[in-house]
Ligand binder design. Structure first.
Ligand code: DP6
Length: 331
Protein backbone atom coordinates (compact mmCIF):
# COMPACT_ATOMS: atom_id res chain seq x y z
CA UNK A 1 0.00 0.00 0.00
CA UNK A 2 1.27 3.51 -0.70
CA UNK A 3 -0.09 6.97 0.08
CA UNK A 4 0.80 10.04 -1.89
CA UNK A 5 0.34 13.80 -1.42
CA UNK A 6 1.68 16.87 -3.16
CA UNK A 7 2.08 20.38 -1.72
CA UNK A 8 3.42 23.78 -2.70
CA UNK A 9 5.00 26.47 -0.54
CA UNK A 10 6.66 29.81 -1.16
CA UNK A 11 9.90 31.15 0.27
CA UNK A 12 9.68 34.07 2.65
CA UNK A 13 11.91 37.06 3.10
CA UNK A 14 12.55 38.21 6.64
CA UNK A 15 12.01 41.91 7.29
CA UNK A 16 13.01 41.41 10.96
CA UNK A 17 15.80 38.86 10.64
CA UNK A 18 16.23 35.66 12.60
CA UNK A 19 19.93 34.94 13.13
CA UNK A 20 20.98 32.66 15.98
CA UNK A 21 19.40 29.90 18.00
CA UNK A 22 19.79 28.87 21.61
CA UNK A 23 21.18 25.47 20.64
CA UNK A 24 21.47 23.59 17.35
CA UNK A 25 19.55 20.62 18.81
CA UNK A 26 16.45 22.51 19.96
CA UNK A 27 16.36 24.89 16.98
CA UNK A 28 14.72 27.63 19.01
CA UNK A 29 15.39 31.12 17.61
CA UNK A 30 17.24 33.55 19.87
CA UNK A 31 15.41 36.53 18.36
CA UNK A 32 11.85 37.13 17.11
CA UNK A 33 11.43 37.49 13.35
CA UNK A 34 8.86 38.77 10.89
CA UNK A 35 8.71 37.92 7.21
CA UNK A 36 6.65 38.23 4.10
CA UNK A 37 5.82 35.12 2.10
CA UNK A 38 6.60 35.58 -1.60
CA UNK A 39 4.39 34.67 -4.54
CA UNK A 40 6.45 34.33 -7.71
CA UNK A 41 8.87 31.69 -6.39
CA UNK A 42 7.65 28.23 -5.43
CA UNK A 43 8.66 24.77 -4.19
CA UNK A 44 6.53 21.79 -5.20
CA UNK A 45 6.99 18.57 -3.23
CA UNK A 46 5.41 15.15 -3.61
CA UNK A 47 5.71 12.51 -0.88
CA UNK A 48 4.79 8.85 -1.26
CA UNK A 49 5.01 6.53 1.74
CA UNK A 50 5.63 3.07 0.36
CA UNK A 51 5.95 -0.10 2.43
CA UNK A 52 8.09 -1.65 -0.31
CA UNK A 53 10.89 0.93 0.09
CA UNK A 54 13.96 0.09 2.18
CA UNK A 55 15.01 3.70 2.75
CA UNK A 56 13.85 7.24 2.06
CA UNK A 57 14.61 8.55 -1.42
CA UNK A 58 15.08 12.26 -2.21
CA UNK A 59 14.97 13.65 -5.74
CA UNK A 60 15.76 17.39 -5.73
CA UNK A 61 15.35 19.30 -9.00
CA UNK A 62 15.53 16.00 -10.90
CA UNK A 63 18.71 14.72 -9.18
CA UNK A 64 18.94 11.97 -6.59
CA UNK A 65 20.44 13.43 -3.38
CA UNK A 66 22.34 11.79 -0.53
CA UNK A 67 24.23 13.40 2.39
CA UNK A 68 23.04 16.44 4.33
CA UNK A 69 19.91 17.28 2.28
CA UNK A 70 18.70 13.65 2.47
CA UNK A 71 19.47 13.43 6.21
CA UNK A 72 17.48 16.60 6.92
CA UNK A 73 14.52 15.32 4.89
CA UNK A 74 14.57 11.94 6.67
CA UNK A 75 14.69 13.68 10.05
CA UNK A 76 11.43 15.50 9.26
CA UNK A 77 9.89 12.31 7.86
CA UNK A 78 10.88 10.50 11.09
CA UNK A 79 8.92 13.04 13.13
CA UNK A 80 5.89 12.57 10.85
CA UNK A 81 6.20 8.77 11.03
CA UNK A 82 6.36 8.94 14.84
CA UNK A 83 3.20 11.10 14.99
CA UNK A 84 1.32 8.89 12.53
CA UNK A 85 2.63 5.61 14.02
CA UNK A 86 3.82 4.35 10.65
CA UNK A 87 7.17 2.93 9.62
CA UNK A 88 7.04 3.08 5.78
CA UNK A 89 9.90 4.83 4.04
CA UNK A 90 9.09 7.60 1.59
CA UNK A 91 9.86 8.72 -1.92
CA UNK A 92 10.21 12.54 -1.99
CA UNK A 93 10.34 14.51 -5.23
CA UNK A 94 10.86 18.24 -4.88
CA UNK A 95 11.47 21.05 -7.35
CA UNK A 96 12.18 24.74 -6.94
CA UNK A 97 11.41 27.20 -9.73
CA UNK A 98 14.24 29.43 -8.41
CA UNK A 99 17.91 28.86 -7.34
CA UNK A 100 18.38 26.30 -4.55
CA UNK A 101 20.56 26.94 -1.44
CA UNK A 102 21.72 30.28 -2.81
CA UNK A 103 20.38 32.64 -0.15
CA UNK A 104 16.90 32.73 -1.67
CA UNK A 105 15.24 30.92 1.26
CA UNK A 106 14.85 27.62 -0.58
CA UNK A 107 15.10 25.73 2.73
CA UNK A 108 12.09 27.66 4.04
CA UNK A 109 9.78 26.73 1.18
CA UNK A 110 11.31 23.23 1.00
CA UNK A 111 10.56 22.26 4.60
CA UNK A 112 7.17 24.02 4.56
CA UNK A 113 6.07 22.07 1.46
CA UNK A 114 7.56 18.84 2.84
CA UNK A 115 5.71 19.26 6.16
CA UNK A 116 2.36 19.63 4.40
CA UNK A 117 2.87 16.84 1.84
CA UNK A 118 4.40 14.34 4.32
CA UNK A 119 1.72 14.92 6.96
CA UNK A 120 -1.12 14.48 4.50
CA UNK A 121 0.49 11.42 2.91
CA UNK A 122 0.84 9.93 6.41
CA UNK A 123 -2.85 10.50 7.09
CA UNK A 124 -2.30 13.34 9.58
CA UNK A 125 -4.41 16.53 9.57
CA UNK A 126 -2.97 19.54 7.75
CA UNK A 127 -3.02 22.02 10.64
CA UNK A 128 -0.82 25.02 9.75
CA UNK A 129 0.08 25.78 13.40
CA UNK A 130 1.23 22.22 14.06
CA UNK A 131 3.06 22.15 10.75
CA UNK A 132 4.87 25.42 11.44
CA UNK A 133 6.36 23.82 14.55
CA UNK A 134 7.22 20.66 12.59
CA UNK A 135 8.95 22.70 9.87
CA UNK A 136 10.71 24.89 12.48
CA UNK A 137 12.54 21.84 13.80
CA UNK A 138 14.13 21.39 10.37
CA UNK A 139 14.80 25.04 9.55
CA UNK A 140 13.58 27.91 11.70
CA UNK A 141 12.65 30.21 8.80
CA UNK A 142 10.51 27.40 7.30
CA UNK A 143 7.99 27.84 10.13
CA UNK A 144 7.05 31.21 8.62
CA UNK A 145 6.43 29.79 5.09
CA UNK A 146 3.41 27.81 6.28
CA UNK A 147 1.40 31.03 6.34
CA UNK A 148 0.78 33.62 3.66
CA UNK A 149 1.23 37.39 3.92
CA UNK A 150 3.16 38.93 6.81
CA UNK A 151 4.16 36.33 9.40
CA UNK A 152 5.83 36.50 12.80
CA UNK A 153 7.76 33.89 14.73
CA UNK A 154 8.42 34.73 18.39
CA UNK A 155 11.70 33.93 20.06
CA UNK A 156 11.90 30.47 21.57
CA UNK A 157 11.14 29.88 25.22
CA UNK A 158 11.57 27.00 27.62
CA UNK A 159 8.79 24.97 25.98
CA UNK A 160 9.76 22.81 22.97
CA UNK A 161 7.07 24.23 20.72
CA UNK A 162 6.96 27.46 18.71
CA UNK A 163 4.31 28.53 16.26
CA UNK A 164 4.38 31.11 13.48
CA UNK A 165 1.30 33.29 13.07
CA UNK A 166 0.03 35.67 10.43
CA UNK A 167 0.33 39.36 11.36
CA UNK A 168 -1.46 40.68 8.27
CA UNK A 169 -2.73 39.18 5.00
CA UNK A 170 -0.85 39.42 1.72
CA UNK A 171 -2.86 42.36 0.39
CA UNK A 172 -2.39 44.44 3.56
CA UNK A 173 0.40 46.56 2.01
CA UNK A 174 0.66 47.01 -1.77
CA UNK A 175 4.34 46.20 -2.06
CA UNK A 176 6.58 44.20 -4.35
CA UNK A 177 9.91 42.57 -3.55
CA UNK A 178 12.42 42.76 -6.39
CA UNK A 179 15.02 40.03 -6.07
CA UNK A 180 18.32 41.12 -7.63
CA UNK A 181 20.22 37.90 -8.38
CA UNK A 182 23.97 38.57 -8.19
CA UNK A 183 25.37 35.01 -8.25
CA UNK A 184 24.10 31.70 -9.66
CA UNK A 185 25.94 29.14 -7.47
CA UNK A 186 25.11 27.57 -4.11
CA UNK A 187 26.25 29.31 -0.93
CA UNK A 188 29.50 28.07 0.62
CA UNK A 189 28.31 27.70 4.24
CA UNK A 190 24.94 26.64 5.66
CA UNK A 191 22.98 29.15 7.73
CA UNK A 192 22.95 26.70 10.65
CA UNK A 193 26.76 26.56 10.70
CA UNK A 194 27.14 30.31 10.15
CA UNK A 195 24.78 31.03 13.05
CA UNK A 196 26.68 28.67 15.32
CA UNK A 197 29.95 30.44 14.51
CA UNK A 198 28.27 33.81 15.10
CA UNK A 199 26.83 32.73 18.45
CA UNK A 200 30.09 31.25 19.66
CA UNK A 201 32.56 33.85 18.43
CA UNK A 202 31.00 37.22 17.55
CA UNK A 203 31.59 39.81 20.28
CA UNK A 204 28.46 41.59 19.05
CA UNK A 205 26.15 38.58 19.42
CA UNK A 206 24.88 39.58 22.83
CA UNK A 207 24.06 43.10 21.57
CA UNK A 208 22.27 41.65 18.52
CA UNK A 209 20.09 39.38 20.67
CA UNK A 210 19.37 42.19 23.14
CA UNK A 211 18.36 44.79 20.54
CA UNK A 212 16.54 42.61 17.97
CA UNK A 213 13.19 42.52 19.86
CA UNK A 214 12.84 46.35 19.68
CA UNK A 215 13.51 46.37 15.98
CA UNK A 216 11.08 43.47 15.53
CA UNK A 217 8.41 45.47 17.38
CA UNK A 218 9.02 48.53 15.16
CA UNK A 219 8.68 46.36 12.07
CA UNK A 220 5.54 44.70 13.40
CA UNK A 221 3.92 48.08 14.13
CA UNK A 222 4.94 49.48 10.74
CA UNK A 223 3.30 46.48 9.04
CA UNK A 224 0.11 46.84 11.09
CA UNK A 225 -0.05 50.58 10.42
CA UNK A 226 0.80 50.18 6.73
CA UNK A 227 3.74 52.59 7.25
CA UNK A 228 5.89 51.72 4.24
CA UNK A 229 8.84 54.12 4.85
CA UNK A 230 8.96 53.13 8.55
CA UNK A 231 8.92 49.47 7.55
CA UNK A 232 11.62 50.00 4.96
CA UNK A 233 13.98 51.85 7.31
CA UNK A 234 13.67 49.27 10.10
CA UNK A 235 14.00 46.39 7.60
CA UNK A 236 17.32 47.79 6.33
CA UNK A 237 18.56 48.15 9.90
CA UNK A 238 17.68 44.58 10.77
CA UNK A 239 19.56 43.25 7.73
CA UNK A 240 22.62 45.44 8.35
CA UNK A 241 22.81 44.43 12.02
CA UNK A 242 22.52 40.75 11.08
CA UNK A 243 25.35 41.05 8.59
CA UNK A 244 27.44 43.09 11.04
CA UNK A 245 27.18 40.49 13.80
CA UNK A 246 28.11 37.70 11.36
CA UNK A 247 30.99 39.72 9.89
CA UNK A 248 32.40 40.26 13.40
CA UNK A 249 32.63 36.48 14.03
CA UNK A 250 35.95 34.65 13.96
CA UNK A 251 35.23 33.45 10.39
CA UNK A 252 34.44 36.99 9.20
CA UNK A 253 31.25 35.79 7.51
CA UNK A 254 30.90 38.05 4.50
CA UNK A 255 27.99 37.21 2.21
CA UNK A 256 28.29 40.22 -0.08
CA UNK A 257 29.97 40.49 -3.46
CA UNK A 258 30.71 43.71 -5.39
CA UNK A 259 27.25 43.61 -6.99
CA UNK A 260 25.62 43.43 -3.53
CA UNK A 261 27.35 46.66 -2.54
CA UNK A 262 26.57 48.31 -5.87
CA UNK A 263 22.89 47.38 -5.43
CA UNK A 264 22.80 48.85 -1.90
CA UNK A 265 24.24 52.07 -3.28
CA UNK A 266 21.77 52.09 -6.16
CA UNK A 267 18.81 51.67 -3.77
CA UNK A 268 20.07 54.56 -1.63
CA UNK A 269 20.47 56.70 -4.75
CA UNK A 270 16.93 55.88 -5.93
CA UNK A 271 15.67 56.90 -2.51
CA UNK A 272 17.53 60.22 -2.64
CA UNK A 273 15.74 60.79 -5.96
CA UNK A 274 12.34 60.27 -4.35
CA UNK A 275 11.63 56.57 -5.00
CA UNK A 276 10.38 54.49 -2.05
CA UNK A 277 12.91 51.65 -2.27
CA UNK A 278 14.51 49.78 0.66
CA UNK A 279 16.88 46.80 0.62
CA UNK A 280 17.32 43.66 2.64
CA UNK A 281 19.89 40.85 2.29
CA UNK A 282 19.86 37.27 3.61
CA UNK A 283 22.65 34.73 3.98
CA UNK A 284 23.75 35.16 0.38
CA UNK A 285 24.83 37.91 -2.03
CA UNK A 286 21.42 38.71 -3.53
CA UNK A 287 19.66 41.96 -2.71
CA UNK A 288 15.91 42.07 -2.20
CA UNK A 289 14.30 45.46 -2.70
CA UNK A 290 11.00 46.46 -1.14
CA UNK A 291 9.09 48.90 -3.26
CA UNK A 292 5.43 50.00 -3.48
CA UNK A 293 3.74 48.17 -6.39
CA UNK A 294 3.06 51.52 -8.08
CA UNK A 295 6.83 52.13 -8.31
CA UNK A 296 8.04 48.62 -9.17
CA UNK A 297 8.55 49.21 -12.91
CA UNK A 298 10.67 52.34 -12.44
CA UNK A 299 12.72 50.65 -9.69
CA UNK A 300 13.31 47.51 -11.76
CA UNK A 301 14.41 49.38 -14.86
CA UNK A 302 17.06 51.22 -12.82
CA UNK A 303 18.18 48.28 -10.66
CA UNK A 304 18.64 45.82 -13.52
CA UNK A 305 21.33 48.17 -14.85
CA UNK A 306 23.46 47.74 -11.68
CA UNK A 307 26.79 46.10 -12.66
CA UNK A 308 26.81 42.45 -11.55
CA UNK A 309 23.03 42.07 -11.28
CA UNK A 310 22.46 38.97 -13.43
CA UNK A 311 18.67 39.11 -13.49
CA UNK A 312 15.73 40.20 -11.41
CA UNK A 313 12.74 38.27 -10.08
CA UNK A 314 9.62 40.27 -9.25
CA UNK A 315 7.61 38.89 -6.35
CA UNK A 316 4.64 40.06 -4.30
CA UNK A 317 3.27 38.96 -0.93
CA UNK A 318 1.84 35.50 -1.43
CA UNK A 319 -0.26 32.73 0.02
CA UNK A 320 0.12 29.92 2.51
CA UNK A 321 1.59 26.48 1.94
CA UNK A 322 -1.12 24.19 0.58
CA UNK A 323 -1.99 20.77 -0.74
CA UNK A 324 -2.46 20.24 -4.45
CA UNK A 325 -5.46 18.14 -5.33
CA UNK A 326 -3.88 15.20 -7.18
CA UNK A 327 -7.21 13.87 -8.50
CA UNK A 328 -8.22 17.21 -9.97
CA UNK A 329 -4.78 17.64 -11.52
CA UNK A 330 -4.98 14.13 -12.92
CA UNK A 331 -1.69 12.98 -11.38
C1 DP6 B 1 19.23 35.02 6.96
O1 DP6 B 1 16.14 29.19 8.74
O2 DP6 B 1 17.84 28.76 6.92
O3 DP6 B 1 17.34 33.90 6.06
O4 DP6 B 1 17.24 27.45 11.16
O5 DP6 B 1 19.63 26.94 10.75
O6 DP6 B 1 17.91 26.17 9.12
P1 DP6 B 1 18.31 27.21 10.15
O7 DP6 B 1 18.51 28.55 9.33
P2 DP6 B 1 17.55 29.25 8.30
O8 DP6 B 1 18.10 30.75 8.42
C2 DP6 B 1 17.53 31.84 7.78
C3 DP6 B 1 18.32 33.04 8.08
C4 DP6 B 1 17.95 34.26 7.27
C5 DP6 B 1 17.06 35.20 8.07
C6 DP6 B 1 15.61 34.79 8.21
O9 DP6 B 1 15.05 34.11 7.32
O10 DP6 B 1 15.01 35.21 9.22
Amino acid sequence: MSRVARAVAHPNIALAKYWGKDSDERRMPAVPSLSVTLEGMQTTTEVTFDEALEGDILILNGESKLGRPAIRVSALLDRVRARASISSRAHVTTTNDFPTAAGLASSASAFAALSVAASDAAGLPVDLDELSDLARQSSVSAARSLHGGFVELPLGGAVDRLIATQVAPADHIALAVLVLVTHEGEKPISSTEAMRITRETSPYYEAWVRTAPDLFERIRMAVLEGDFPGLGRATEQSALRMHAVALASSSGLLYWNPATVAAIEAVRKLRSEGLNAYFTIDAGPHVKVLVPTSEVDSARSELEKVPGVIRTITTTPGGAARLIDLRRDGA
